[in-house]
Design a protein around this ligand. Sequence first.
Ligand code: NI
Length: 129
Amino acid sequence: MKIHHIGYLVKKLEKAAAEFEKLGYVRQGEVTNDTYRKVDILFLEKDGYVVELVSPNAPDSVVSGLIKTYKNAPYHLCYICENLDEEITKLTGEGYVQIDLPTPAPAIGGKRVSFLMNRFIGMIELLEQ
Ligand code: NI
């Protein structure tokens, strides 16, 4: 599976984006309000690396708990897969725990994504091609 992006948790999305821009990252599109997960999302790219800034926009956001633990930090790698359901079945068979049902990602053209947890490497995201 190819890597699509690095998910980066940030408390202040615009301030974080400005800092990434100073490092040479370029914005890809506009900030998207992901109403499924109650987060604001912005993609930036540098040298072929894509960083996804994720910031909670409601107290009950899916990342409200994570941000208390991680502060501002990378927290998942997202992998592109051909068949999301097959890949989830394969990985859960290998010890990953699925932590949400496949849901459209408004910031990625509505393609389906799902998150899984691995006890040794933390969280990964799968993105259906
Ligand atoms: Ni992501």
